[in-house]
Design a protein around this ligand. Structure first.
Ligand code: OGA
Ligand code: NI
Length: 346
């Protein structure tokens, strides 16, 4: 990713013409905004306002994406995590490579991610919430850099606070599916959640490359913090246009992942999204990928299917799915990556 005076295009980063970013549509009619303050006000008691639930329901159904404000994650926790992230990525490459992921354990630093076999214009650092050696052969083990000194503490604190928010959103989603609020919580007791720090450096050819190629998130929910630069684009369900998710200071972007799409039997949508890059500014983001335990078999929730509305997916095991996805990061595949569509009933 060296800066060059005359632009040299590395073909590994070049998207097929149909996937190249044209100017994203404006943010008018953009992703819905949900204010979570009623959940934190003293006078609220235990009742959740129907308007809040209906906003979450409509957003999850029509967009699969929404932004939340007044979410309970303290501003100073966000700022510390963002500062730690910037300091880490500013380290010399050889320092970051000391915590590089490898084939045996894919957590840590990585500078060569591919989405659908095209290289992404980004660097990442991944860590899991719960370290564990799994029965499926998943190695969930973290690598921590020695510097910056407060790195681990800052981002673990961030992860703890965002986990609370993820459970809040999970409970709201459960309620909007007419289920008890904690119906889905047990799936996450031995969660395989991981947090990713993303650094998208300026790119000399943002019309050809992407920070992350178009994809859907395969877990249950993603809770993402983005800085003020902008670049996250969502494919709008109503017309298939790419829409920019406008950065709102001190907010989070929530998106429904494939697992909630399957649990809800397609009531809710795991939307396609991507990250556009730009020639001028470094962009930083921190997604929290809220994933269930690896022994969970994913299928439409029995409460939501009946004879008139049969299950639309065959059951699949999350741990196996997750492992195949992670392994594929290391092998350039001729075949398409595993997708939930492969479990869709005809
Ligand atoms: C991802 C992703 C969006 C962003 O990492 O899966 O969609 O804004 N990231 O970094
Ligand atoms: Ni994503």
């Amino acid at each position: 990713m060296a800066q060059a005076h005359c632009v040299q295009v590395d073909p590994a980063f070049v998207q097929a013409p149909e996937h190249r970013p044209k100017a994203a549509i404006s943010d008018a009619d953009g992703v819905p905004l949900v204010d979570l303050s009623p959940l934190f006000s003293d006078s609220a008691g235990d009742t959740i306002p129907a308007t809040l639930l209906s906003q979450v329901e409509v957003a999850s159904r029509d967009w699969g994406f929404f932004q939340v404000i007044n979410h309970g994650v303290p501003l100073e926790v966000l700022k510390k995590a963002e500062a730690a992230e910037k300091k880490f990525f500013a380290l010399p490459e050889e320092e970051k490579l000391k915590v590089r992921r490898d084939e045996a354990n894919r957590f840590g630093y990585y500078e060569s991610e591919h989405t659908k076999n095209v290289r992404d214009w980004k660097r990442i650092f991944d860590f899991v919430l719960q370290e564990r050696l799994d029965v499926t052969g998943l190695v969930l083990k973290n690598r921590w850099p020695e510097v910056p000194l407060d790195f681990r503490e800052s981002i673990e604190e961030y992860a703890k606070c965002v986990e609370k928010l993820a459970f809040i959103v999970l409970e709201l989603i459960s309620l909007t599916l007419n289920l008890p609020p904690k119906r889905l919580n047990a799936f996450f007791e031995e969660q395989t959640t991981f947090v990713r720090l993303n650094h998208y450096p300026p790119c000399p050819y943002p019309d050809l490359a992407l920070g992350v190629g178009h994809h859907k998130d395969s877990g249950a929910l993603t809770v993402l913090y983005q800085d003020s630069v902008g670049g996250l684009d969502v494919k709008r369900q109503s017309d298939g246009e790419w829409v920019r998710v406008k950065p709102i200071p001190n907010s989070f972007v929530i998106n429904v992942g494939d697992i909630i799409q399957v649990w809800s039997n397609d009531k809710y949508l795991s939307a396609e999204h991507r990250v556009s890059v730009n020639t001028e500014r470094d962009r930083f983001s921190i997604p929290f990928f809220f994933n269930p335990a690896s022994n969970i078999d994913v299928r439409p929730l029995p409460e939501l299917v009946d004879d008139r509305n049969p299950g639309k997916y065959k059951e699949y095991n999350w741990g196996e799915f997750f492992k195949r996805r992670m392994d594929s990061d290391f092998k350039k595949l001729e075949v398409e990556n595993i997708q939930i569509d492969h479990f869709k009933r005809a």
